[in-house]
Design a protein around this ligand. Sequence first.
Ligand SMILES: NC(=O)c1ccc[n+]([C@@H]2O[C@H](COP(=O)([O-])OP(=O)(O)OC[C@H]3O[C@@H](n4cnc5c(N)ncnc54)[C@H](O)[C@@H]3O)[C@@H](O)[C@H]2O)c1
Length: 265
Amino acid sequence: MSPGSSEQGNIDRIFTPEALAGGVHIVTGGAKGMGASHARRIVAAGGRVLLGDIDVAGVKSVADDLGDAAAAVELDVTDEDSWTAAVAAARELGDVRGLVNNAGIFGSGSVTDLDVDEFRQVHRVNVEGPLLGIRAAAPALRDAGGGSIVNVSSIAGMIGIADRAAYVTTKWAVRGLTRSAAIDLGHWGIRVNSIHPGRIETDFIAGLGASILPNQVIRTPGQPADISALVVFLLSAASRFSTGAEYVVDGGRYVGEYRPAPERP
Ligand SMILES: NC(=O)c1ccc[n+]([C@@H]2O[C@H](COP(=O)([O-])OP(=O)(O)OC[C@H]3O[C@@H](n4cnc5c(N)ncnc54)[C@H](O)[C@@H]3O)[C@@H](O)[C@H]2O)c1
C-alpha cells in the first residue's frame, strides 16, 4: 500500500478528528460509565451516536451534552421491540456503521451458592442483549456498506474468578458470540471484535474494593477513556484487518506473576 493511497488515508484518519466521520454508531448502556465515555470519544472522532439505556433520564442527559451529533432512546437490550425502535432511530441519523454492545450487569456468588434466577438475568442482559443487538443492527450496517461491532466482554471472559460464576460465564460467552458473528457477518463487510477491560473506575465496581489490583503491572487505576480509545480504533477503518479478535486492556493485570518493583525515584 503506498502512503498516498486511499486505504492508507483511511488508516491515517484514526489520528484525526475525522476517524469516524460520516457514520452513526449505536452505544448501549450509554447513560454513564464507559458507555457515556465511548459516546463522547465517538463524537470527538467525528462520528454521530445513538445512545440507548434503560436509564432514560441519564442517557438523554449525556446525549444533550453532546449536541447535534447525538441522540438518545430508551433501550432495554433484552427486548427485541426496543432494539427495532433503536435501530430505526439510528437510521434516521444517517448511515449506521457501528454498534457497541456495552450494557452489562454484574452477578455474584459461587457455583454452589449463586441465585439461579439472577444467573439467568445476567445472561439475558450480558449475552442475549448483544445477540439481539447484532441481529437488529446488522442489516443497517450491511445497508451502509459494512461496519464494525464491538462487544464488551471483560478480563472476566479470560479467566475464572472466585464467587463470580454468573458474570464470568456471560463474559466468556461474549467471546463465542463475537467469533460466531465475525464469521456469519463477514460477507456483509461487518467486522466483530471483543474487548476485555480490566478494572475500570465506574459505578460498576463500587463495593468491589481497590481499583488497582495486586497483580496489575501498571500501578494506576484504569479509566473509561482508556477503553474508549480502543473502541474508536475498532469502529474505525484503521482496524479494517481485525475481526473475531479479542483485545485485553487491563494494565497488565493478567500478564503473569507480579513482583513489586522498588519505588521509582
Ligand atoms: N467497570 C469495570 O471494571 C468493567 C470491567 C470489565 C468489563 N466491564 C463491562 O463494561 C460494560 C460497561 O460497564 P461500566 O463499568 O460502564 O458499567 P456502569 O454500571 O457504569 O454502566 C452500565 C450501564 O448499562 C445500563 N444497563 C444495564 N442494564 C441494561 C439493559 N438491560 N439495557 C440497556 N442498558 C442497561 C445501565 O443503566 C448503565 O447505564 C459492562 O458490560 C461491564 O460488564 C466493566
